[in-house]
Design a protein around this ligand. Structure first.
Ligand code: GLN
Length: 195
């Protein structure tokens, strides 16, 4: 049985837990979903989901608790949404702790402040999807020389979803929709990575 850990440090964690369980059910996959807070728990997971929230706070805790170290050592695939995208990047426009697992540079709060949050139909994985953007980042750039990078979605001229190897970074909040599409996609990546 595989295990997906929902990193429970700060932010929209419970919604990710619920939608991940729903995605597992839809896939009829032999996957357990667990909320994880410390490196020793993260280490036992085959995939990790990092929610939206405050990337400075989540990043500080990830670093202090050595969570980034076990993710790197064990090459655990990570699916990061919003603040999670920021944390997957190598560089942002702020000075903050990052995991740097993807060759991407991110601009935080690309669309403005909390009051500028919005929903918009986007397209991803060949389907229409509701993008919920809450102080969302977007990509500033990515390393085009890396063959394992694939842009998954663009909106209004900005890259809002990208994959590198088994890591996925998206700037919006799929856990706030009822649509399990992207969570199912990540679970399938984790299963592929394990085989
Ligand atoms: N702007 C936040 C950050 O960069 C992310 C917001 C969110 O996750 N909803 O940390």
């Amino acid at each position: 049985m595989l295990k997906i850990g929902i990193l429970n440090l700060q932010g929209a964690v419970s919604e990710h837990y619920t939608i991940t369980e729903k995605a597992v059910e839809n896939l009829k996959a032999d996957v357990e979903v667990e909320s994880v807070r410390y490196a020793k728990d993260v280490e036992t997971c085959d995939g990790i989901i990092i929610s939206g929230g405050e990337s400075t706070v989540i990043g500080k805790l990830i670093h202090e608790r050595g969570i980034d170290k076990v993710i790197k050592e064990n090459k655990i695939p990570v699916f990061g949404t919003c603040a999670g995208m920021v944390l997957l990047s190598k560089k942002t426009d702020f000075d903050q702790p990052l995991m740097g697992l993807m060759d991407i540079e991110v601009k935080r709060n690309t669309y403005g402040r909390q009051k500028d949050s919005f929903e918009a139909p986007i397209e991803i994985l060949g389907q229409e999807y509701l993008g919920v953007f809450i102080r969302a980042p977007a990509l500033k750039s990515y390393d085009k020389s890396k063959e394992d990078i694939e842009v998954l979605s663009e909106y209004d001229g900005e890259i809002i979803a990208i994959k590198q190897g088994s890591n996925i970074a998206i700037s919006f909040h799929p856990e706030l929709t009822q649509d399990t599409l992207i969570h199912e996609y990540f679970i399938k990546e984790v299963m592929k990575n394990k085989n």
